[in-house]
Design a protein around this ligand. Structure first.
Ligand code: ZN
Ligand code: ZN
Length: 430
């Protein structure tokens, strides 16, 4: 496995890197500890405690409990721009199957009162580790940069926790950033970084739909309005929203991820419940698809003779993650200087995954840039037949984020993640 390409001595990040190599064993230990102790969204109490203690040791001014379990560190180092660096802290209700010596066996009670296994299946433990590595380097090299850094450790990214920090007065309580930066680990070979100007990640909208029928005996459907048939018709008709109502050059995804109705084969139930998720990358497509989905649901219910309109409840949504074009060009160039220009790719199109990081830049009215960095062992990509690659260009054998088998390799992912954060920030802090 190749270590991170050494930053060229001319790169502004070079003066922030001394001592990082010596710090890596402790960062790896921290990563393994966080990985073994994952916490669900808004329950990141232990993680927040670890973060706050480390930041204080490093000399940062620390505020805890921002927007729930969020932690914000501020380091003022003379006049200069304010750079916001953000990491998310939460884990997922997934039973870990990586077999790693530091695999999680944690369990927790979720928001619905169910006991669930918990795992850092999205790599947010890597994000926390890399940002704490970057904050340590910044604190240790104050003679080599000027300005202010706001280090944001955000709760509950998986359920959209960023707006909670904003609603908790974030914009007024902390130095106002000139630029917001964040990174996310992905299942590409370690060493590679990918980003793009404009939309990087899709908007995500979810809704819960309660369909009303009229229940009765399974032997006498003529006396009922069957919500199972109604739901089935809606699911099929929703498949035409993207194929018939979204232009060929646009993208959107409509997924019915959950459908529940009934208890027994000879009972026609009263109701059916569906959970629908929609991804889009422009507000025009988003508006159009959301309206079409609602129109189909209401019209199919009417067509079925539903005695009552469907109840549609909107669930937490994520905006499009938009990368500022100018700032992204800068970040792409400095990451190229630090990691090797051939390691930094510009993505042809946005990911259909979603993020709430964009909420910070939008709330502060400043540019933001996010990039993805590889965390997969390059050996796993050797000898793969190009015909065996999935739609996303990755082999089907590589576990992806949210899989029970997903875990980035700590070395050199941590080193590259810390270097990338420092490199991007150093452009504004020199
Ligand atoms: Zn995730
Ligand atoms: Zn994530």
């Amino acid at each position: 496995m190749n270590p991170a390409a050494p930053a060229s001595p001319a790169a502004p990040v070079a003066s922030l890197l001394p001592g990082l190599a010596e710090r890596l064993p402790a960062l790896r230990e921290l990563y393994e500890d966080l990985h073994a102790h994952p916490e669900l969204s808004f329950q990141e109490v232990r993680t927040a405690g670890v973060v706050a203690a480390r930041l204080r040791e490093q000399g940062w001014e620390v505020t805890e409990g921002v927007g729930g379990t969020g932690v914000v560190g501020v380091l003022v180092n003379g006049e200069g721009p304010v750079v916001l660096l953000r990491a998310d802290m939460d884990a997922l209700p997934v039973k870990e199957e990586t077999g790693l010596p530091y695999a999680s066996i944690a369990r927790a009670v979720d928001g619905h009162g169910n006991e669930v296994p918990v795992m850092h299946a999205c790599g947010h433990d890597m994000h926390v580790t890399c940002l704490l590595g970057a904050t340590a380097q910044l604190a240790g090299h104050r003679g080599h940069w000027r300005g202010t850094v706001v280090a944001v450790f955000q709760p509950a990214e998986e359920v959209g926790g960023a707006p909670g920090m904003i609603e908790d007065g974030f914009a007024d309580r902390f130095p106002r950033a000139d630029v917001c930066l964040a990174q996310h680990v992905m299942p590409a070979p370690v060493g590679f970084v990918a980003t793009r100007p404009g939309p990087l990640m899709s908007a995500s909208d979810s809704m819960k739909v309660l369909l009303h029928g009229r229940g009765g005996h399974g032997s006498a459907p003529e006396l009922t309005v069957d919500p199972v048939v109604m739901a089935a018709a809606i699911v099929m008709r929703l498949q035409t929203v993207v194929s018939r109502e979204v232009g060929g050059t646009q993208t959107a995804v409509v997924t019915v991820g959950s459908i529940h109705s009934g208890t027994k084969e000879n009972i026609i139930p009263d109701t059916a419940e569906m959970l629908v998720n929609i991804r889009s990358t422009t507000s025009a497509v988003r508006d159009r698809v959301l309206a079409a989905v609602e129109r189909v649901i209401r019209a199919e219910a009417a067509a079925s003779g539903a005695p009552k309109d469907p109840e549609i409840t909107r669930l937490p949504s994520f905006p499009v993650t938009n990368n500022d074009a100018e700032a992204t060009a800068v970040v792409t160039a400095v990451l190229g200087d630090a990691l090797g220009a051939d390691r930094v790719m510009t993505l042809p199109q946005p990911f259909t995954g979603s993020e709430d990081f964009g909420v910070f830049g939008t709330a502060l009215g400043v540019p933001s840039v996010m990039w993805h960095f590889g965390g997969a062992d390059p050996a796993l990509f050797q000898g793969i037949d190009p015909d065996d690659l999935l739609e996303n260009g990755l082999p089907a054998t590589i576990p992806t984020n949210h899989s029970p088998h997903y875990a980035p390799v700590p070395d050199p992912t941590i080193e590259i993640g810390v270097t990338a954060l420092l490199a991007a920030a150093s452009h504004w802090l020199r």
